[in-house]
Design a protein around this ligand. Structure first.
Ligand code: SF4
Length: 389
């Protein structure tokens, strides 16, 4: 692929994001063009390198973003679960995931864990379903060894689907490619944090979300082009309040929801949208045992992630440092309805913010939220209270 023009780059990102809502035709196209199988994984984190090294396209299953009625899923799940679990079930029930060769779930929370069982029971004959049980006690001396074995078990299942054996060299190459992807995504996030006026949130989000649906080589190339273009912009800053948004690490809020926050007088200088794929950071791409390197990167990581418990992480300290590092003036918590992990974190963070006298606001959302007036009103009031304090 030749270097992309900017307009075609953002258009390419938009096409992939639009397609991911309820069709996945692009996945079908990439499969045919590259001769790969497709692996869909439920957020928040999956070592995408494993799929790539086995000639599979890893795709983050982010639900249908309010584009489908959830009638079939509602009949199979409790009323008090988050929308993304229902939405992924609905996609499978309507055969919209039929081009996926493997679906992977994990123990990020009770709801996701149960979803894997419900999916297996209802669609086990149609899809190859894998489950990763990440370690709970990440300070145990056995955690790395345990996760390495867990990855090897999952690799066995993926090898049966892909028809090829895992090679260390292929996995090292994949780690190198995904290290680059994480570096580029983090660079875009940093740029947005430093100069949010150069990059509207909608563009930022579209770019990083496209990374969840494009082949990594194509995405890296497109992102390099996009970064160059954003860095060359000369937009002037506006008078807005710098806020950090927390809570969008798994189920995704409607893009209009986030746009409303910005339009109500804020610059979102930090958020958790699609944090899973970049949270792991740089992994040793030259390790003798690359599977162990992936396991080690997960277990040893001391960057907070809501769905992963690590006793050495002090979340109270983290939120205060984050506000300081991002030069933020407030925090907006947006929690998916019925998401217990997000609510638990909210309680911890709010206690620390109260003590430090840092303003915050708490809002809820669902995938299908379509009215944003109350968001606008609450955020406008919040932003004005900071501006005129
Ligand atoms: S949105 Fe929250 S409750 Fe739902 S699957 Fe994700 S982490 Fe679990």
């Amino acid at each position: 692929m030749t270097m992309l023009e900017t307009s075609s780059t953002i258009q390419l990102f938009e096409e992939h994001v639009e397609d991911s809502y309820a069709s996945f035709n692009m996945v079908r196209r990439w499969k045919e063009e590259l001769g790969r199988k497709a692996l869909g994984y439920f957020p928040v984190y999956f070592p995408e390198e494993l799929a790539h090294a086995l000639n599979m396209l890893p795709i983050n299953l982010l639900g249908a973003s309010g584009r489908l009625p959830l009638d079939i899923a509602t009949a199979h799940t409790q009323s008090f679960v988050c929308s993304i679990t229902k939405s992924v079930f609905q996609l499978a029930a309507q055969d919209i995931l039929e081009m996926f060769d493997v679906l992977v779930f994990s123990n990020i929370c009770d709801v996701a864990r149960n979803l894997s069982g419900i999916m297996r029971r209802n669609f086990g004959a149609k899809y190859h379903i894998e489950y990763i049980h990440y370690p709970i006690n990440n300070t145990s001396a056995h955690a790395v060894g345990y996760l390495e074995e867990e990855y090897r078990r999952v690799i066995g299942g993926l090898e049966r689907v892909s028809g090829i054996k895992m090679r260390d060299e292929a996995l090292r190459d994949a780690i190198g490619l995904y290290n680059r992807k994480r570096e580029l995504m983090n660079r875009l996030a940093e740029l947005r944090s430093e100069k949010p006026w150069l990059l509207p949130y909608t563009e930022y989000y579209t770019a990083i979300r496209a990374g969840e649906f494009m082949p990594v080589e194509r995405f890296n190339q497109a992102m390099e082009s996009f970064l160059r273009e954003v860095e060359s912009r000369t937009t002037r800053p506006a008078d807005r309040v710098r806020v950090i948004v927390k809570g969008d690490f798994c189920e995704q809020p409607p893009l209009m929801y986030m746009k409303t926050i910005e339009d109500a007088g804020c610059y979102i200088v930090g958020d958790e949208a699609l944090i899973g794929p970049r949270w792991i950071g740089e992994i040793n791409a030259h390790a003798d045992n690359p599977i162990r390197a992936l396991a080690k990167a997960y277990v040893m990581n001391t960057t907070p992630l809501t769905v992963r418990y690590h006793p050495s992480i002090d979340k109270r300290k983290h939120i205060i440092e984050l506000v300081k590092d991002m030069n933020a003036e407030g925090v907006i918590f947006i929690t998916p309805k019925f998401c217990e992990p997000a609510l638990y974190d909210y309680i911890i963070y709010k206690t620390a913010l109260d003590k430090a006298g840092i303003p915050y606001l708490h809002l809820e959302y669902e995938e299908s939220t379509s009215s944003f007036e109350h968001v606008r009103t609450m955020v406008e009031t919040f932003a004005e209270s900071i501006m005129f304090d």
